[in-house]
Design a protein around this ligand. Sequence first.
Ligand code: HEC
Length: 150
Amino acid sequence: MKHTSYLSLVLAMSLAACEQRASPPAAGEDTPPAAAPKLAAADDGERTYQQVCKACHETGVINAPKVGDAAAWAKLLAEGQAIVTAHGWVGVRGMPPRGGRADLSLEDFARATAWMARSAGGDWQNPDAPMLAAIRAEEAKRVEALRARP
Ligand code: HEC
């Protein structure tokens, strides 16, 4: 009798071990999908993206750099966060100033831009005070350059 219960104990233990090995975390459960932004702050820019930017940046209408499109964003990532955010904010060709939302704050606009950049492989983060200042400086340059045009 003693023998049998020992055996069933061993059996139960090895079965438990098997079960553990047989159930690795389901794909995508622990690790975010490759295209997901690396930042998970309460407001990581996605909200603004969904509300304002998605209309054009999801499909890439009139050449808008598409979300998740590394090729479309490569040149912008190389140009740098301050310049690209400022140029989008001021407006460029089919890109309306502030994404067409006059009441949008620069910080929200910059967060949405950074969120899109991360979706395309960049490491741009929510702007801190120095980054916001750098964007403002680029904005001033851009506005000046546009004014100087004949
Ligand atoms: C009406 C369509 C439209 C909406 C809405 C829109 N964009 Fe754009 N965006 C564009 C287009 C088109 C371009 C490409 C302009 C070009 O280079 O010809 C662009 C380009 C950009 C660029 C790159 C600027 C550069 O330096 O070339 C940034 C940054 C950007 N958009 C951010 C945003 C953000 C953030 C939002 C939402 C708050 C937004 N856009 C909403 C159409 C849109």
